[in-house]
Design a binder for this molecule. Structure first.
Ligand code: CP3
Length: 341
């Protein structure tokens, strides 16, 4: 008997011969009524700090939809508080209280003791593995550049101009900041693997806002260092990049097993042009607001456009939106799971 999650791990290594594995970014979250029930009682910050509740919300979408992988419930910004930066999650999009403005602000950041400061995440992973022993669990961090965007900008922005400016205005402080973030992210992912994560994903949500040279220096270089340190774990390494299209050739050379791509690119092109990696993506999350037939047709289009299904992991091109109809998600899961290459 094959375990439920074997197709996912096999697909990460480009050797899946079974049905196409599927999970969706932000699969635990506000589109689920059972998640909203829990959130009525606890804040997002407290939820992220309770190993029991973490395991519970990770289980919810798996139980409802039968996704082929689970993802740790936490946030890429969870490392900021122990670094000495307070984050407010309670008023919509997260906000950093006192963002970095000057090089001195970088010097004030603290290195963190992963096992001590983030024990609730690692205990959460152990709890998930107890509750969902058959689901492969994806651990994650934000990429150093994406984290720097929030640290410097203070909040989500369109182009993260302040972060891109800081790199050029204060290159030495930026270098120190990126070294610290890379070190923390590397140790954090290693600790997640040691606690039981079966795969790891780096979210480079905002690297695609940079010019090509800066993308190479400030996104790719730290990510390669990070992935390189993790390569002996026998755990697939996934890199998600938003707006991958201009940098597909660069991404093909990054040291990892899987590339997760946004919905602005043709996934069959990615599979062709990145022949040595598996590819994860990339249905536009807004498609899920159409009726079920439409959702099924759009998912089918992606499935049929691909010629090598052994290295495909189906996902959305970005996180699922809060008001997404549940029946659309159901239609998506059925379409992908019923598809035979
Ligand atoms: O199910 C999962 O995907 C696992 C949990 C997860 C969260 N955030 C939970 C969350 C993951 C993997 C993330 C990653 C994350 N967080 C990213 C990278 C992915 C991407 O979207 O590009 C980024 C940029 C963040 C930062 C962040 N955290 C933002 C921009 C927001 C607000 C936007 C939103 O969706 O409200 C958050 C808050 C957040 N992170 C929520 C959840 C479930 C909403 C909290 C709530 O109100 O319940």
């Amino acid at each position: 008997m094959r375990l439920a999650g074997e197709n996912f791990i096999d697909a990460c290594y480009g050797r899946n011969e079974g049905r196409i594995p599927l999970w969706i970014m932000r699969q635990a979250g506000r589109y689920l009524p059972e998640y909203q029930e829990i959130r009525k009682k606890v804040s997002f910050r407290d939820l992220c700090r309770s190993p029991q509740l973490i395991a519970e919300v990770v289980r919810q979408p798996i139980e409802r939809f039968g996704f082929d992988a689970a993802i740790l419930f936490s946030d890429i910004l969870i490392i900021l508080e122990p670094m000495g930066m307070m984050v407010d999650f309670e008023h919509g999009a997260p906000q950093i209280e006192k963002p970095i403005k000057e090089p001195e602000d970088v010097h004030r950041l603290k290195d963190i003791d992963i096992e001590g400061d983030l024990s609730f995440v690692l205990d959460g992973i152990r709890e998930i593995k107890k509750k969902l022993p058959e689901s492969p669990l994806i651990g994650f961090v934000g990429s150093p550049f994406t984290l720097a965007c929030y640290l410097i900008e203070g909040r989500s922005g369109k182009g993260f101009e302040a972060a891109r400016r800081f790199i050029h205005e204060h290159p030495k402080a930026a270098e120190e900041l990126f070294d610290l973030l890379t070190s923390i992210c590397t140790r954090f992912l290693q600790a997640q693997i040691d606690a039981g994560a079966d795969a790891v994903q780096v979210f480079d949500s905002w690297g695609g806002t940079m010019s090509r040279d800066d993308y190479l220096d400030w996104s790719v270089r730290p990510i390669n260092r990070l992935f390189n340190s993790l390569k002996f774990n026998d755990v697939p390494r996934i890199l998600y990049i938003n707006n991958v299209a201009p940098y597909l050739d660069v991404v093909a050379d990054i040291d990892c097993e899987v590339i997760g791509v946004d919905h602005r690119i043709d996934i069959s092109k990615v599979l062709r042009e990145v022949p040595k990696k598996s590819v994860q993506g990339n249905l536009d999350p807004s498609v899920l607001f159409g009726d079920c037939k439409h959702v099924a047709a759009k998912a089918q289009e992606i499935l049929e456009s691909v010629s090598d299904h052994s290295r495909l992991i189906f996902n959305l091109g970005q996180g699922i939106q809060p008001q997404t109809p549940l029946k659309s998600v159901q239609a998506l899961v059925e379409t992908v799971h019923n598809y035979r290459p």
